[in-house]
Design a protein around this ligand. Structure first.
Ligand SMILES: [Zn+2]
Ligand SMILES: [Zn+2]
Length: 74
């Protein structure tokens, strides 16, 4: 884990670690570029099902199989 995880998940759009959970489960918004993302339940790269922990503020946003981002822009 990089130090960025102590700040927050990195935004797939602007690469800044400013993703924040919204009031909607599984939805995140980047406070840097204001893009919105949805946490996918299946990895777009390898098809592996993710284990989504939605009660945490720093939920896993990377596929634990291939490390790809599980976030899709909304
Ligand atoms: Zn961003
Ligand atoms: Zn994957």
């Amino acid at each position: 884990m990089s130090a960025e995880w102590e700040i927050g998940p990195a935004c797939p759009s602007c690469k800044e670690p400013w993703l924040r959970p919204t009031s909607l489960p599984g939805r995140y918004r980047c406070v840097s570029c204001l893009h919105r993302f949805e946490l996918l339940s299946v990895c777009a790269d390898c098809g592996e099902h993710g284990t989504i922990v939605r009660m945490s503020t720093t939920a896993m946003t990377l596929c634990n199989h291939c490390g790809a981002s599980m976030l899709a822009e909304v």
